[in-house]
Design a protein around this ligand. Structure first.
Ligand code: F6P
Ligand code: MN
Length: 296
């Protein structure tokens, strides 16, 4: 029997379930709208990156539609220069990366929406998330979410999002590695660690789309990293919009997240634009990485 998203959210508190359903409705519209908005806009986001017309449209759509729910206090968007205050009587703060990886559009590579939901006021550490999810606009649009009780995957069909896998866990021992940044910029210890993984027979799969790359690790096991680089010690990924939501999913799927020393979810954010080295994957691999980085 097909399980709809609404059915699957049956045990989740009503306000949170209703917010998640709304987010999926928005992503449904985005999924259909991508083909018409693949060009570059002339504006830049808070990270000084050129936006695409898709980024701007999806960001506005999220903000307008989430504002109507009456559930959202403040929206923090990767595309906005300041938090967008919606309703002081709202229940949740929401962080959105409306279209992550939009630079991939040119070659029709993967893009995704990433969302994290907090009851506490943001900015606060990722451990305070009460839900996080991503919608991957792949050959099939899929949605992966957690409300703190495992990780579940749904596929978009004509009849809406339908459950495909419940309680996903990173398979052991892990088959893939996916590492961003130029190899020449990887610190020596990262280079040595990756060489060991290659020696163990892990296979490289890197597409340059955080969610696309991470989703492979969720299904095959292994490690995803956007590491510290000699040219940029904090790496590339943004703590609030990118690293925290996916770290919550990976930890809920039995894996670990790390900034090189501790769980990403334990980082106290100092600002909206904060970046962090990001390592996500099977527990054994992350423990080994932390140890190798610590060893003299
Ligand atoms: O916004 C960050 C992002 O687009 C991620 O989706 C992706 O993992 C990363 O940048 C890719 O970076 P690079 O082009 O350096 O591989
Ligand atoms: Mn992004």
């Amino acid at each position: 029997m097909m399980v709809t998203l609404r059915d699957h959210l049956g045990g989740v508190r009503a306000d949170l379930a209703s917010l998640i359903l709304k987010i999926c409705e928005i992503c449904d519209i985005i999924s259909d709208g991508i083909a018409y908005r693949m060009g570059r806009a002339e504006t830049r986001n808070i990270f000084e990156e050129f936006q695409t017309t898709l980024d701007i449209w999806a960001d506005n759509l999220f903000i307008e539609e989430l504002a109507r729910t009456g559930l959202v206090r403040t929206i923090f968007s990767e595309e906005q220069h300041k938090p967008v205050r919606i309703d002081d009587y709202g229940v949740f703060d929401v962080a959105i990366d409306p279209v992550d990886g939009s630079s991939n559009l040119r070659s029709n590579n993967l893009v995704a929406s990433i969302i994290s939901i907090y009851e506490k006021r943001m900015p606060t550490k990722g451990r305070d998330q009460i839900a996080s999810m991503y919608i991957l606009y792949g050959p099939v649009t899929s949605m992966v979410y957690t409300v703190g009780e495992g990780v579940h995957e749904l596929l978009r069909t004509k009849e809406g999002f339908m459950l495909s896998r419940e309680n996903l866990e990173l398979p052991e021992p892990g088959e893939l590695y996916s590492v961003g940044g130029l190899r020449k910029d990887w610190p020596t210890k990262i280079k040595a660690y990756i060489e060991k993984l290659e020696g163990e027979g892990l296979k490289l799969r890197y597409g340059g789309s955080l969610v696309g790359d991470l989703n492979q690790i969720l299904h095959y096991g292994g490690i995803y990293a956007y590491p510290t680089l000699t040219s940029s010690p904090e790496g590339k990924l943004r703590l609030i919009f990118e690293s925290n939501p996916v770290a919550y999913i990976v930890e809920q799927a039995g894996g670990s997240s790390s900034d090189g020393e501790k769980s990403i979810l334990d980082i106290e954010p100092e600002g909206l634009t904060q970046r962090t080295p990001t390592y996500l994957g099977n527990k054994r691999l992350i423990r080994k990485l932390e140890k190798d980085l610590k060893d003299p």
